[in-house]
Design a protein around this ligand. Structure first.
Ligand SMILES: CC(C)(COP(=O)(O)OP(=O)(O)OC[C@H]1O[C@@H](n2cnc3c(N)ncnc32)[C@H](O)[C@@H]1OP(=O)(O)O)[C@@H](O)C(=O)NCCC(=O)NCCS
Length: 205
């Protein structure tokens, strides 16, 4: 008997767990060429940023680099559509890290992201807040409170995660969708919620 799925179609979940086959050779060549053209174009548009070999820089990248600022992506990073980068300090991203679409990275002082991270779509990572101590001055005119952000290697941030200033997320950590990370998360932890709290530790399989 066919299994009924959520969609009510018989057999629609037969592909679960099946690895998608490699795309045909011509598509792979076309894809590789497209990636190279996009990388060439990104380097041309943003000569002060550094994109490592074989980075895949997709459309809609907005990158504002202040005087003396730097943005450095290691080899084979993927920057999906509509990534926004505002940098007056230092942004460093390790090799093979992937950003989903519509992420925001803002570094007044420094944001470090390790190798092999998976940053899902609509994630926001900022190393500063507006100061708001005074009531007689508009918030926008009170300057910024800044503290560096460090994200280790092989970290997975779920969709719409927000990482606030001064936070350190350890290697191999997982942060669940929609979490707001306001305090450090240790290596190998799984953290969820607002504010993000550790719910369990990852262990060797
Ligand atoms: C966190 C996550 C990875 C699950 O990890 P897990 O260790 O398997 O956690 P569990 O499902 O066992 O849940 C542990 C607890 O956290 C809660 N929880 C899980 N994800 C949560 C989330 N995003 N926000 C709030 N609570 C969450 C569960 O309800 C459970 O609570 P309980 O113990 O009171 O029942 C997953 O829920 C998640 O958020 N994935 C992100 C998906 C995504 O954004 N994908 C983008 C593609 S890259």
């Amino acid at each position: 008997m066919d299994v009924l799925t959520d969609r009510g179609r018989p057999g629609a979940n037969q592909n679960r767990g099946v690895v998608t086959p490699e795309p045909p050779v011509l598509m792979r060549i076309g894809g590789g060429l497209g990636r190279r053209v996009r990388l060439f174009w990104a380097r041309l548009r943003f000569p002060r940023a550094r994109f490592g070999a074989a980075c895949d820089v997709r459309s809609g990248l907005r990158l504002r680099l202040g005087p003396g600022a730097s943005a450095d992506f290691g080899p084979r990073c993927v920057l999906d559509n509509d990534l926004t980068i505002e940098c007056t300090g230092r942004l460093e991203v390790g090799a093979r890290t992937i950003f989903g679409h519509h992420c925001t990275l803002a570094a007044c002082e420094s944001v470090d992201i390790g190798e092999d991270c998976l940053i899902a779509e609509m994630v926001s990572i900022r190393d500063h807040d507006h100061c708001f101590d005074r009531l007689d001055v508009p918030t926008r005119d009170q300057g910024a409170a800044v503290a560096p952000v460090r994200i280790g290697r092989n970290v997975w941030l779920g969709t719409k995660v927000t990482v606030t200033k001064g936070v350190c997320i350890g290697d191999n950590a997982v942060v669940g969708a929609n979490a707001v990370v306001t305090r450090d998360i240790p290596a190998n932890a799984v953290a969820v919620g607002i504010p993000a709290r550790v719910v369990r530790m990852r262990e060797e399989a």
